[in-house]
Design a binder for this molecule. Structure first.
Ligand code: ADP
Ligand code: ZN
Length: 627
């Protein structure tokens, strides 16, 4: 069969025809096979993937799947979802059909699977070898077949599947099936008839989405029993969280980029800001920095993304349009130049750091104006959504303003019961002080009120500290009871206080840049609500904490490690894949430390499976011998 025979280029939204149930080609052998033994599982884990053991809930998921039981695995980014279907795909009889929403994602997975010697293929409009792929499927020569949902739900695809044995259906990014999820894709809803047409094939749905509604919706929509839900913890222990007020964004971001030599992402709120930051950061740090936002020409966007994926040291400055479907494991930092939309968004965006498990940092720089703008936007959305959106902002303000462990706040938000401290966030590493500033807050709010709720912080500060410039005199603000009311001790607190009050919505920005009372301001004025602020550590301590001394996991300046990286770069270039597809940094690091002398020794290093040992073993051994 050649490409031209591929029958479906257009999306088909027809009704499922129940008559097709169980019409499999007679020659397909559907006799149930006994599940693979524990030994077979460990052997494949080691030989194919080069891993010495499972991580987290991987073993529970794999165990269910190879025993033919449908499962929904909720695992955070980097927890190793792909292994939970790729390993069964190798062991089970028949092909594992993987439904995946993005071509880029599929091709990424394809590369990694093939590099491990797994027989994998994709069927997308971007593939020119579709005829060969279908032949291979029919001949039972594929472990993995990736397909987009709009194709998977078409009758022709079902007919194809009826010509050979299917061992497993894996549905990646399964939250797309739910309207509750953040990426609802109607095509996912059409998968059910396909799944139902193969009742003997187990289903494995995979997602990183935490939300309870979405989970139960996925179970129902994909016909997975409730007992099939496996949820991994949401902690990402290798990510160090740091959240700081924005003072000089450029200087602060520059420091992050300079302290983290590996690949990183800087999220900025607008296209204009992305362009500007990308340009300045490139100039000031000498690093390769490229922009990414929806306003760029699609070709440039794709090129910038490809450059980032392949790079070992590039910085991508991007709007949140960037990230979905990018499986780069070695992103070492994610910096936010302003606040994200919610804690969920923050978790998702920072989660793009450190999928490989190596130390990584997430740094957010926030400003009172971020919250002011976000709260202004609340007024523009439909009234019935305002309440929940306001809650999201309040939770985010809580995370930003907390003196507690950031990780604990994050995990509690997702319904977990974490330890009170983590030793790997700014507040744990450099405990911050909390001071009660209710009195100062009342003075400030009172000044806002008495000056008519239309002046900015600069003017208010003059009034409160008793500086009578022309404007103060002209408006008669020197006559107010709040004029010069702040004590010397209170003066330095004013900026941080105003920021905190804006974050929690007690002060809101007016259209003309003034401040007005909002939220619980009246309760504070009446003495019914208290205000506390955190006192951030001093400048030099701050720098140390965001660097942490060990965020760069790699042995900087180790000539053997550098030589191994050099070889990896060459091999990657030859094979036309990103370097991490050859080996992860952690594998090279282990090689540099253990200095294996034989193929056998090399094979026992994490990440070196049989296929990679054969393909690259000698080349790496040679470099090790020379150093
Ligand atoms: P997810 O899709 O859940 O974000 P991936 O499947 O991309 O995560 O896996 C994340 C990283 O973890 C990959 O680089 C993978 O090689 C690695 N990994 C997965 N399972 C294991 C394991 N059992 N031992 C060591 N590394 C693993
Ligand atoms: Zn902590």
């Amino acid at each position: 069969m050649n490409d031209d025979d591929w029958p479906f280029e257009t999306t088909f939204y027809g009704e499922p025809d129940a008559g097709m149930l169980d019409i499999h080609a007679p020659e397909v052998d559907w006799t149930p096979a006994p599940p693979p033994s524990g030994d077979a599982v460990s052997k494949a884990l080691h030989d194919v993937f080069g891993f010495s053991g499972f991580r987290g809930v991987q073993d529970q998921v794999v165990d269910r799947v190879i025993n033919g039981r449908s499962t929904l695995a909720v695992m955070p980014t980097g927890a190793g979802k792909s292994l939970t279907y790729q390993l069964p795909a190798v062991l089970l009889q028949g092909t594992c059909v993987v439904v995946s929403p993005l071509i880029a994602l599929m091709h990424d997975q394809l590369r990694s699977a093939r590099a491990n010697g797994i027989r994998a293929a994709t069927l997308t409009s971007a593939d020119t070898d579709r005829g060969a792929t279908m032949d291979a499927f029919r001949a039972g020569q594929l472990d993995l077949l990736y397909i987009a949902p709009e194709r998977a739900s078409q009758p022709h695809f079902r007919e194809l599947l009826q010509t050979a044995r299917v061992g497993l259906f894996a549905i990646d990014e399964a939250h797309c099936v739910s309207e509750w999820g953040h990426d609802f894709r109607p095509d996912y809803r059409l998968l059910r008839p396909l799944l139902d047409a193969f009742p003997q094939v187990p289903r494995l749905a995979l997602t990183a989405t935490a939300d309870h509604h979405t989970r139960s919706d996925i179970l129902a929509q994909l016909g997975i029993p409730d007992e099939g839900l496996i949820v991994a913890g949401f902690d990402r222990p290798n990510i160090r969280y740091t959240i700081r007020p924005r003072e000089n964004a450029m200087r602060q971001l520059k420091a992050v980029v300079e302290e983290n030599p590996g690949p990183g992402i800087v999220y900025a709120p607008t296209r204009a800001r992305v362009e500007q930051l990308a340009e300045t950061l490139a100039r000031e740090t000498g690093r390769r920095v490229l922009p990414y936002h929806a306003g760029l020409d699609p070709e440039i966007r794709a090129r910038n993304q490809a450059a980032f994926v392949a790079s070992e040291d590039m910085v991508m400055v991007a709007t949140v349009a960037f990230g979905m479907g990018i499986d780069k494991p070695d992103v070492r930092f994610v910096a936010h130049a302003g606040i994200p939309k919610s804690i969920e968004a923050y978790y998702q965006e920072t989660g793009r750091a450190g999928r490989d498990g190596d130390p990584s940092v997430a740094v957010m720089f926030w400003g009172a104006d971020d919250f002011a703008r976000a709260r202004q936007r609340l007024a523009e959305i439909e009234p019935h959504r305002q309440q929940s959106e306001r809650q999201r902002l309040d939770s985010l303000a809580g995370l930003v303003e907390t003196a507690e462990c950031r990780r604990a706040v994050l995990l509690r938000h997702f319904g977990e019961t974490p330890a009170q401290t983590c030793s790997n966030c700014d507040n744990c590493l450099q405990p911050v002080g909390v001071i009660d500033v209710t009195d100062v807050a009342r003075k400030l709010l009172s000044a806002v009120y008495r000056t008519g709720q239309s002046y900015g912080l600069g003017h208010l500060e003059k009034v409160l500290t008793g500086q009578s410039d022309d404007r103060v005199l002209q408006r008669g603000h020197d006559q107010l009871s709040v004029f010069g009311i702040l004590t010397d001790d209170e003066k330095p607190l004013l900026k941080a206080l105003a920021r905190a009050l804006q974050a929690r919505g007690s002060l809101i920005a007016t259209e003309h840049g003034g401040l007005a009372l909002g939220g619980d301001a009246r309760a504070i004025l009446k003495g019914e609500a208290a205000v506390a602020i955190v006192v951030p550590p001093k400048q030099e301590r701050k720098r140390r904490s965001s660097r942490g001394g060990d965020t760069a996991a790699n042995p900087v300046g180790d000539p053997l490690f550098e030589a191994l990286r050099e070889l990896r770069r060459e091999l990657a270039k030859e094979a036309g894949v990103p370097p991490y597809v050859i080996f992860h940094d952690s594998t090279l690091r282990e090689m540099a430390t253990a200095r294996p002398a034989s193929l056998d020794d090399l094979g026992s290093i994490g990440g070196v499976g049989t296929r990679k040992l054969e393909a690259y073993g000698d080349a790496f051994l040679q470099v090790i011998r020379q150093h």
